[in-house]
Design a protein around this ligand. Structure first.
Ligand SMILES: [Zn+2]
Length: 544
């Protein structure tokens, strides 16, 4: 803790003075005596150090110990630790041993039966975690009843010291490998797996808590890790220096963090950085699980707010449920992919021969999602169809070199308490070249009764008039596989030749105007058909 505070260059941008306490915080002062009590105080304006806790929520009925409207007044007077679960008690014990008086825990500091209070407090999440002196990660805590100061199962480790050829001392830390039982330098002994396999590593809500926290103390099954902007340090000497978010590949993205400076500095990000960071955050976030599907946008709200505050004048703009106004085309150019090994399929290129027969040739092993493997749309409205938050699955973005959509206006109904949370409705009007097309299901014969050239997992699209194939559709969900009459709205061109476009259907509701459309997927043109939009008129449409 002292090394981080005084010796880490990347951590020194932390504010010198103590932060404002969150609106409600637990007063864990040891002065409250043996009969330990916690005070919740709504004390705006007080500055002090505090700890935050990241822990695992288990779905099910609301546990009796959380703070609600009916017990808040009494809790301001005190709560016995005996009435609280092991994870909370452990957090208080750690705070006291570190000499830190205040602790923030969501289940105690947010009224769990008030959606209004929850909206307000979740919009403040960015600053609550960013301002915490340390965030405690209950990695080994299966649920709140099990605590995280648990019995540990450390890997046997040792270290050897010798003198290097230049005369300096060298320490090598070794750990017994779980794979072959030999001692290996800790860097190569899968130490990272402690964090990768933790009870917290795949939880959607934890994502922004990890990215935003200034310092994290991980309590894993085998040992303690300290994580800050300088790197990750195990208690046995295991060290990984921090990579910036931009240097990380897709797979280790969730273990990187935006540097504290990148989120909290008042200086605007350099041009292009905002969109690049956002796209990477969405991609990493989309691989995680949420207990409540409805939380998709709220669990990213803190990050959206924090990053937005650093957008340059040309980036960001208004926030439409995960999609930004400025650089709109790029933010719309997402599709569902799947990077998990079980999604690797063999891709065949199908051909139709002049004698009427057809055949295929193996092109490559590739990852794709067949329409039947996609998730259905959630039963309750979560976001407009043009937002990645409207559907479930891993997201990737297609880089546009020539974006071409014009934003015309928007009608939004979003909660005033949290503009980055779940909207009630959003209708966005845009203009761009629009062309009607026809599509057929993945295993159907086409317009001419033949199997047209197609790639497994990609649904072919056909010219509306001639019925000849011109491109492919990547569906957003399993719900729209029966769509036949579709509309293609160009959003831009990729670095290779061709077009990227939204595939739309008319909004189904009888009262909806004819210019209202709903997105069902993302499309692109085949190499030979990059002139598809050449004669298409720009049309003004409303996306819902
Ligand atoms: Zn540090």
């Amino acid at each position: 803790m002292n090394t981080c505070e005084t010796g880490h260059r990347n951590c020194s941008s932390s504010p010198a003075e103590e932060p404002l306490l969150p609106a409600r915080v637990i007063d864990a002062d040891p002065e409250h005596g043996d009969n330990i009590r916690i005070l919740l105080q709504e004390d705006a304006g007080q500055q002090a150090r505090y700890l935050a806790l990241s822990h695992r929520w288990v779905s099910g009925p609301m546990p009796p110990w959380v703070t609600r409207r009916d017990n808040l007044q009494q809790r301001k007077l005190g709560i016995s630790l005996n009435a609280l679960p092991a994870t909370v008690v452990d957090a208080i014990r750690v705070a006291r041993s570190l000499g830190i008086k205040f602790v923030w825990i969501d289940s105690l500091c947010i009224l769990q039966d008030s959606s209004e209070d929850w909206d307000i407090e979740s919009s403040r999440m960015a600053s609550i975690y960013a301002n915490a002196y340390i965030t405690l990660f209950a990695d080994c805590g299966r649920d709140d009843d099990h605590g995280f100061l648990c019995h540990r199962n450390p890997y046997p480790s040792t270290h050897i010291t010798f003198t290097a050829p230049d005369g300096g001392p060298v320490d090598i830390y070794l750990r017994k490998s779980s794979e072959d039982g030999t001692y290996k330098a800790t860097q190569f002994a899968s130490s990272q797996s402690d964090l990768e396999t933790s009870h917290l590593s795949d939880r959607g809500w934890i994502f922004q808590e990890r990215v935003l926290s200034r310092r994290i103390l991980h309590f894993t099954q085998s040992k303690l890790y300290w994580e800050c902007n300088e790197g990750t340090f195990g208690e046995d000497g295991y060290t990984v220096l921090k990579k910036g978010l931009r240097e990380c590949g897709q797979h280790d993205l969730r273990f990187c963090k935006l540097s504290y400076g990148s989120i909290h500095s008042s200086v605007a990000l350099p041009p292009g950085d905002f969109a690049q960071q956002w796209v990477r955050l969405v991609q990493a976030y989309s691989t995680l699980n949420l207990t409540k599907a409805d939380d998709k946008l709220p669990a990213m709200a803190g990050l959206a707010a924090a990053l937005h505050s650093r957008a340059s004048a040309d980036e960001g703009g208004r926030y439409f449920a995960g999609v930004w106004e400025k650089g709109l085309a790029q933010h719309l150019a997402w599709s569902i992919t799947n990077t998990k090994p079980e999604a690797v399929h063999r891709v065949y290129q199908f051909y139709e021969y002049s004698d009427g027969s057809s055949g295929g040739r193996l092109e490559k092993d590739s990852t794709f999602v067949h329409p039947g493997q996609l998730s259905p749309r959630p039963p309750l409205y979560r976001a407009p169809s043009f937002s990645w938050a409207a559907v479930d699955g891993e997201i990737s973005f297609h880089k546009l070199t020539k974006p071409c959509i014009t934003f015309q206006g928007v009608k939004m109904d979003t909660p005033a308490s949290n503009p980055y949370g779940k909207p009630n409705s959003i209708q966005m009007t845009v203009s761009s070249p629009l062309r009607q097309a026809w599509c057929c299901g993945p295993f159907e014969k086409d317009f001419h009764g033949a199997m047209a050239p197609r790639r497994a997992g990609y649904t072919p699209l056909y010219y509306y008039d001639t019925g000849l194939p011109f491109g492919y559709l990547l569906y957003d969900s399993s719900d729209d596989a029966d769509a036949r009459d579709v509309f293609c709205l160009k959003i831009g061109e990729p670095s290779y030749s061709g077009n990227i476009f939204l595939v739309l259907v008319r909004h189904g509701a009888a009262e909806a105007p004819v210019s209202w459309f709903r997105r069902i997927g993302l499309g692109y043109t085949r190499d030979k058909c990059s002139d598809f939009f050449e004669d298409a008129e720009a049309k003004t449409v409303t996306l819902v």
